[in-house]
Design a protein around this ligand. Structure first.
Ligand code: SF4
Ligand code: SF4
Length: 298
């Protein structure tokens, strides 16, 4: 079983529409959305949830105003400047700034601070028209997204083994943060989706540097290459220098947007469109790319 992870240096490159389109042609796959902070693969795959699990992500501290004597000790010790005072001088903790270190709980002489586990995050096993999907919901600003990615990937791997599937196809997060590192670790093949803009290439280069340290298989596509043929040529030359195979230059096609609006992949919406043909050839190339590096697989 091989895991293929679709990543992008930044958001808005078309990563999810490409992943969903690939899901249409993967013959034997389990699908996985590791962009847990802003999951959206479900918008196209329309999952029917079979299992729901709570993900405990960390702690959030709260001050009990009945016990607090407003000594200010907790505020002095909080390294994250999460403890503030109301205009009347009452101390309170901003939950969005609290990192859950629980130091304030220890230093409070009145035992006026208590912490609760954050349990508003969930992960799911769902059925879709293409196969099983493992995905998650995380509230904005929640921590431990990397841990949730590991959880989701571990379940996808277990299911792929149980269902005797050949591939796990993951829609990864944008950027190079914790969730991306967790998505990269141990995957077999990364497909990088690059947008031909200066910022798009800058962010893609950061991801290429990061991915290189994981020694995973790497290849790329330029999406909407014709919005800037000049930058696309520069990107192609740079990829060539780095030895990263460019699998496709995908043209801008309004029908991809219409397909997404209709809740379909481009292959379902317009099977014979040029983009649909390219998606099929990307999948063929991906399969070959995976086969080129058998030493990396378990
Ligand atoms: S738990 Fe840590 S981060 Fe949160 S308010 Fe207390 S000291 Fe600050
Ligand atoms: S340390 Fe305790 S008593 Fe002092 S301000 Fe903070 S919560 Fe209130």
């Amino acid at each position: 079983m091989k895991e293929i992870t679709v990543l992008s240096g930044k958001g808005g490159t078309g990563k999810t529409s490409i992943t969903a389109a690939l899901a249409t042609v993967v013959e034997s796959g389990v699908f996985c959305d590791t962009d847990v902070d802003a999951a959206d693969l479900h918008l196209v795959l329309h999952p029917s949830v079979q299992e729901e699990h709570t993900f405990i992500s960390g702690w959030t501290a709260t001050i009990n105003p009945q016990l607090c004597k407003a000594c200010g000790l907790c505020s002095q010790h909080c390294r994250f400047e999460a403890i503030h005072t109301h205009s009347q001088g009452e101390y309170y903790i901003n939950p969005f700034q609290c990192e859950g270190c629980r130091l304030c709980e220890r230093v409070c002489p009145q035992q006026a601070i208590y912490s609760k586990r954050n349990s508003d995050n969930f992960w799911y096993v769902s059925s879709t028209r293409f196969g099983t999907l493992v995905h998650a919901h995380m509230d904005p600003g929640e921590e431990n997204s990397g841990k949730l990615v590991s959880q989701v990937r571990a379940k996808a791997k277990e299911l792929a083994r149980n269902e005797n599937r050949d591939y796990i196809l993951s829609d990864g997060p944008p950027g190079i943060g914790c969730a991306t590192i967790s998505s990269l670790s141990g995957t077999h093949q990364v497909l990088l989706v690059i947008e031909p803009t200066r910022s798009g290439w800058h962010d893609a280069e950061r991801l290429l540097d990061l991915a290189a340290t994981f020694q995973t298989g790497l290849c790329a596509v330029i999406n909407k290459y014709d919005i800037s043929p000049e930058i696309s040529s520069e990107i192609e030359a740079s990829l060539n220098e780095r030895g990263v195979p460019l699998l496709a230059r995908i043209p801008f096609d309004e029908e991809v947007v219409w397909a997404m609006e209709a809740g379909k992949t481009i292959l379902e919406y317009r099977p014979e469109s040029p983009v649909s043909h390219q998606i099929r050839s990307i999948w063929e190339a991906l399969k070959n790319e995976v086969c080129l590096s058998p030493k990396k697989y378990d």
